[in-house]
Design a protein around this ligand. Sequence first.
Ligand code: FE
Ligand code: FE
Length: 278
Amino acid sequence: MKTTAIYCLILFSSSSIITANKPFDEFRDYENNTPAKVKEFYRLNHIHQTLDFVLAKKKEYCNLNKLCMGIWQAMDILDKIIDESDPDLSLPQSIHAFQTAEKLREDGHPRWLILTGFIHDLGKVLTIFGEPQWAIVGDTFPVGCAYSDKIIFSHYFSQNPDMKNPLFQTQYGIYESHCGLDNVHMSWGHDEYLYRVVKNYLPEEALYIIRYHSFYAAHKEGAYTYLMDEYDASMIKWLQLFSNYDLYSKSEDSINTAQLMPYYKELVSEFFPETLQW
Ligand code: FE
Ligand code: FE
């Protein structure tokens, strides 16, 4: 039975209040009631996301020569995507876009942040190129260095071929102490891809959120600080703020997207041209 209670959390300042339709500790529950498909998702993700795989995907996608389409065409694609890694939402990703953005809007956040909420998962259009979900969604993590045990289902890494490369299993691996996340290869997925697509159009805080919003081991668990530089240290607060909206806005309740459309049409056209390179 669906709970009707409203749960609140005070964030950063008294003006910023998050509400959710179930208790906060029931979100991202990977211990008690995790669906089998979510576990299988992470088993595949942790086995296949190697440094070589990430480098190959960057080469394949980051020159953005696949197609030319607008934000709304991408949003139409999200209408057909259900995120298999998500234990908290079984509605299409386009609904998640509206839910996240509307929570930010309710709390009076700036337009650039509402827009970030609206588009942050558009990188999931990778599905139209035939990519499996383990190469698109789920939490992200650095590759080419030791895996933190703060990554969910980290025991699945035992089957990752990079475990056999001693260099990749040292603390810093192929990186240097406090080299900055910009110099670190993250597991491949929708975060990095969308960051590349929208790089020229949004403020740096928005780009940082888009690029690292799935890096829960860092922004939720505090892992990998030894790879971060001062810039990362100054930006991580945005990931933490954003994740509260990304996560606690999730609800199986319907949302009247037609009614909201005029606001979001105007917001999207304020920042983006008609089409973008993907
Ligand atoms: Fe995401
Ligand atoms: Fe999201």
